[in-house]
Design a protein around this ligand. Structure first.
Ligand code: NAI
Length: 330
């Protein structure tokens, strides 16, 4: 049985995510932490008749107890986008929030698996890793940027483009990062392969929709935030796969933005694709009892995908650098 903490549990993602986690029979304890409103969220969820215990922790003075003995920490704390904003615009506020939560994790549960949802993921994951490094407790196999929503969107958008495709069954590798043109869907590498006619006629349109799908939600919510329900689903899917893997159950392949030292050998194929000397990249990984068991190598990409990877890597290098610098100068 697994103990999970959600940091930012009273928010738009935190609430539905905590609901989905409450339904997971492998979770015995669910700690909900936030700086506002969390006692009500926890009281509400605690009436659901699954066996897990839900406890609330309000305010920074309770962060340490919220994290004591925790196996998996999920972080959706921070501000979301409003129309016209990019994920990088969130850096100023979210970088400090994530840095402080990472310090709390290093002190209270240094062996925990850390799932980072707060944007910009391309920078917040390096922030978490740098803090854990400073505290001497960094294990690259245990820190994950949650990019599951990109593959969830990719499979759904492919179904929109061609109703003969099953959204639940098609698997689309999405690599690079988690914002705009750093998101690189490898539509030439789907399982099963896409119909050639679709690849020929609508490739760039579908690629663009996957890269900027988050904007559709931000615009439709018109100032009330970004994706929360689909994001909660995606994070719950990743957490469920990780819990199954650490319990020694069936090991699933999930995409995630990680430090490539998690599997230096297989990282070579990703570096050859376009990651070059970048330390972080979103890749499909095989999960296991220690987190990242291995990076799933990718051998071929199309010419257009290779070009997209060059663009993605240039932008990613800046995002990663911003995260690392932030920890060292703040
Ligand atoms: P929200 O504003 O509805 O909720 C954020 C919650 O974090 C609030 O309850 C707030 O009180 C809490 N919070 C703020 N500072 C905190 C701190 N220091 N400690 C603990 N909790 C704190 O925002 P929403 O919609 O839930 O989004 C959260 C984050 O997730 C945003 O950064 C957003 O950009 C990101 N996101 C990531 C996605 C991904 O695919 N990785 C997709 C969608 C959103």
């Amino acid at each position: 049985m697994v103990k999970v903490a959600v940091l930012g549990a009273a928010g738009g993602i935190g609430q539905p995510l905590s609901l989905l986690l409450k339904l997971n029979q492998n979770i015995e304890t669910l700690h909900l932490y936030d700086i506002v409103n969390v006692p009500g969220v926890a009281a509400d969820l605690s009436h659901i008749n699954t066996n897990s215990t839900v406890r609330s922790f309000l305010g920074q003075q309770n962060l340490r107890t919220a994290l004591d003995g925790i196996d998996i920490v999920i972080i959706p704390a921070g501000v979301p986008r409003k129309p016209g904003m990019t994920r990088d615009d969130l850096f100023k506020i979210n970088a400090g929030i994530v840095r402080d939560l990472a310090a709390g994790i290093a002190d209270a549960c240094p062996r925990a698996f850390v799932l980072v949802i707060s944007n910009p993921v391309n920078s917040t994951v390096p922030i978490v890793c740098e803090v854990l490094k400073q505290k001497g407790v960094f294990d690259p196999r245990r820190v994950f940027g949650v990019t599951t929503l990109d593959v969830v969107r990719a499979s759904r958008f492919l179904r929109d483009a061609d109703p003969s495709i099953s959204a639940a069954e098609i698997s689309v590798p999405v690599v690079g990062g988690h914002s705009g043109n750093t998101i690189v869907p490898l539509l030439s590498q789907t399982t099963p392969p896409l119909p050639a006619s679709l690849l020929e006629s609508r490739l760039s349109e579908i690629t663009h929709r996957i890269q900027f799908g988050g904007d559709e939600v931000v615009q439709a919510k018109d100032g009330a935030g970004s994706a929360t329900l689909s994001m909660a689903y995606a994070a719950s899917r990743f957490a469920t796969s990780l819990i199954d893997a650490i319990k020694g159950g069936p090991s699933t392949i999930e995409p995630t933005f990680i430090h490539l030292d998690a599997d230096p050998q297989n990282a070579q194929s990703i570096r050859a694709l376009g990651a070059g000397d970048l330390a972080y990249f979103a890749v499909p990984v095989q999960l296991g009892p220690n987190g990242v068991e291995s990076i799933v190598p990718i051998s071929t990409v199309s010419e257009a995908e290779a070009e997209a990877l060059v663009v993605a890597s240039e932008a990613l290098a800046k995002n990663i650098e911003a995260g690392i610098k932030f920890v060292h100068i703040s």
